[in-house]
Structure formats: structure tokens, C-alpha cells
Design a protein around this ligand. Sequence first.
Ligand SMILES: Nc1ncnc2c1ncn2[C@@H]1O[C@H](COP(=O)(O)OP(=O)(O)OP(=O)(O)O)[C@@H](O)[C@H]1O
Ligand SMILES: [Mg+2]
Length: 332
Amino acid sequence: MAYGQNRKSVLKVSGLKTYFFTSEGIIKAVDGVDFEVKQGEVLGLVGESGCGKSVSALSILRLVPIPPGRIVAGKVEFMGKDLLKLNEREMRKIRGKKISMIFQDPLTSLNPVLTIGYQLAEVFRFHKNLDRIKSLKESIDMLKATEIPSSEERVKQYPHAMSGGMRQRVMIAMSLACEPALLIADEPTTALDVTVQAQVLRLMKRLCRDRRTAALLITHDMGVVANMCQRVAVMYAGRVVEYADVFTLFNSPAHPYTEGLLRSLPRVGVKQKKLDTIEGQPPILNRLPPGCAFTPRCKYAKEKCKEAVPELVSIGKGHEVRCYFPISGEQK
Ligand SMILES: Nc1ncnc2c1ncn2[C@@H]1O[C@H](COP(=O)(O)OP(=O)(O)OP(=O)(O)O)[C@@H](O)[C@H]1O
Ligand SMILES: [Mg+2]
């Protein structure tokens, strides 16, 4: 049975397209994104810089700047409701309470002139209508859950008095405070060193598991994917090009781009003179070729690949790929 077949769907994104209408033309930042996050599951969204990961996340919460951006097509079903059809008032009730988001740099999300305690308590006051004393108590408990030592003291501090890792743990505390059904984490640990990164990821994994929160984890680090996610959507030039459970993706990648991504990772027990890289330049989103956007860099490309964009098709249980000539077992 494919992974998570019986679980309830929390988020289902289908045919999502978000474009930016600029003086240099239309930038198709997200141009056909489909994926699903089920209850208690962590879905990884991976791909190189500029492929549309953050814009996909912002589109889910309807936070894309309009203009120049606009969601031109698709559906974002959250617990069965299409978020793209809600009005702004209804959307505000979802953001932060039912879906929360953690950004890469916690300093930009925390207010420098307010104490950590005040900012955490505000979440409880706003979303749970708790009074001042109760919300402060909840804030201290939440900080304790994130393993921040001497929480009673820490709540009186300002963000600058904390290390990057601690600030990111505060952000995780804040984003899980209202027990959202979905957590979106956009490169939550990229700015941290590796040991702190491991601590923060462990914490996120534990809190999500304890609260059965589903998560969408955006990263370009395949190591983080292997450690955290059950399913993975690989993006290239604004589109999902491969979608699979983590085991299948690492063991039998079917899209040449995924294969390239995995080849550029160091492998234990394999003697490598140098790490492989994906040849060629990342695509320019307002000047994409008519066919598959990966064609100019693909070593398996044929004439057909230049003609039209392939559809995302199923090649196995829960395994989908957007390629006319997916890599099969014999090719590897
Ligand atoms: N406000 C904007 N105006 C115009 N173009 C934008 C805007 N925001 C994003 N883009 C474009 O959309 C594309 C996708 O950007 P996005 O931020 O989603 O990339 P990403 O996959 O998150 O990359 P990274 O890994 O670097 O964070 C990029 O080409 C970017 O230049
Ligand atoms: Mg990004």
C-alpha cells in the first residue's frame, strides 16, 4: 500500500499558477504545482534557488504581493475548503491559527522592540482570547516545550539577546502555539550552523509528531529531506517535476533533474574524486523554452522534449513524474 493512503488530506494544491507581471515580461514563478499533505505527514518541497518554492508557499496563504503578482489558476484546498475562494476576513482567521508559517530568518519575523514573552502571549491573546496572565503562562509553557532553558527569564528578553537557534525555536513555539493543522516552514534552518540546525529540526519533528501537525517543509538540502520528510515534491522552473515517497525518490529517481540533485550529494562508502554538478544554467522564468524546461541541461533529452511541456504522470504507486523519458531501473 502506498504511504499514507488512509490518512486524511490536510492540504491539496492542484494546478496552481502564480505569475508576476513585470516590465521585463511575465515571470511564471509557479506554473503548475500539484501536491498533497496528509495528516501527521511532512512533505518536502525541494529544488534550486528561484524555482518557485517560496512563491508556492506564499500563494497557499495568499500572501503574494499583488501587483506585480497574481494567482492565475489552480486550487488550494485546505481541509476541503478552497482557500483561493475565501475573502480576506476569512483568510485572516486561517493564517497563524490553522496554517502557520516559519520563515528563513527569524529576525525579520520577530519585532525587535517587544519582548519574546509579549510576542508569544499576543498569539494566545489574539487567537485564543486568553487574558494577560493566562497567555503569559501559556507562553512560558510553550517555551519550555521547545527546550529553551530558564523560560521564565527568557520571556522578559528582547529578540537580539537570543542566539539565532533560540530565535528560530521561539518562532517554532509561536507558530505551533495555536495548534495549527498545517505548518509551512520555508528554509527554517538555512541560516543556522549544522549542530543548531539538527537541534531545531529535531524539535520541529517532535512537536509536529506530538501534535499531529502536518507540515510542508521547504528546503534545498536533500539531507534535511531524508531526515524529516515522508514524501517529497521536486520543483524545477515553477513546476513539480517529480513527486514520490522519500524512499522511492532516493532509491529510484525517475526525473533526470532529481537524479542530478542526488548525484551532487556526497555518498558514504563510495569513493568520489569530485561531486557531480548539474551542468548548465538555471532557467530564466520569463524566457522558458516551449517544451520541458530542463531540456537544455538534460543528458537524456530528445527532440520530443523541446516540443511541449510533459504532463505529471503516474509511474508507480504514489510516484509521479513530469518527463517523456523517465529514468528506469536499467538506465541507472
Ligand atoms: N515580487 C516579485 N516580483 C517579481 N518576481 C518575483 C517576486 N517574488 C518572486 N519572484 C520571482 O519568482 C521566482 C520564484 O521565486 P521564489 O522566491 O519562489 O524562489 P525559491 O524557490 O523560494 O528560491 P530560494 O531557494 O532562493 O528561496 C524567482 O524567479 C523570483 O525572481
Ligand atoms: Mg525561497
